[in-house]
Ligand binder design. Sequence first.
Ligand code: AKG
Length: 329
Amino acid sequence: MTYDWAFLPMCESTSIVDDPVALRARLDEDGYLYLPKLLDREDVLAVRRDVLRALGDAGWTDPEALPMAGRVGTEPAREGDPAFFDALDRVQKLESLHTLAHQPALVGAMQAALGESAFPHPLKIARLVFPDFEAISTPPHQDYPNNQGTEKLTATWVPLGDITPELGGLAILRGSHRWGPLPLTNHLGAGNRCAMLPPDMLEQCRWVTTRFEAGDVLVFPSLTVHAALHNLSGMFFRLSIDFRWQLEGQALTEGCLEPHFGRLTWEEIYEQWKSDEFQYYWRDLDYEVVPFQELEIIETLSEDELIAGFLQQQARTEARQAQRPPVSS
Ligand SMILES: O=C(O)CCC(=O)C(=O)O
């Protein structure tokens, strides 16, 4: 994404979280709900601690820095790179990360926003975002094309820690959910798809964002255009989780029932869990599994051009980092 526009602040909706009519009206109008302090901050920080411990075990964090700082101690890797998967697999196995989706406050808010039978997909997506890698910042996109099933699918984006705009939070193109599915182009960022935004959408909709804190939740349906801000922190990971929700009786695709990237089995993920309360919880629910339709991607850049852009970016990042004085933790 570029920064040619100003961001407006997000409108908070925690104050109406117990009012399903008001909550749904706002979700319909704006295409997002920003729910500051919905979750217990300490519960979210406990997940952050577990994630950072897993990243530390993978050699990704700086062992000299404070453990909760999330200071990077390795070369950046991109989602999908072999180097990425050792860390991601450790994170995927965390019981606390998966069970956060079942926090009563979160389930209650999603039932109020969507309906009584709302449930989170078993697929839980951790975003481990390195600093100074603008080429792989999540581009403007809609969640529908990569998930499919029902357009009513709705995401909750949960910051794992305080996320200032400099650390690279999420921005929403307010009102963009009314345009329907948009054409796609290829991209190196999370999801690998960038939505092509029509000029009238850019005239009529405004980007909104905020300073996120641990405990906040951002809710948006699968046609809302959203994108990450660049992580410009220079040295810290931006950590967050995506949970996707829908109602029973609606369609979903097989990938939403599998662990992220389909690398591990659920048995492997559950191996070290202390409780079985939230294992395989979706097996008793009612939904229709439908095939995933191949996406049509308009290749505005070839794979070689994307990689060349990525390498140029890497060189710029290294030059910038070499100029920085060492910072003590
Ligand atoms: O956190 C991010 O960078 C991406 C989150 C997101 O937009 C998604 O998973 O669809």
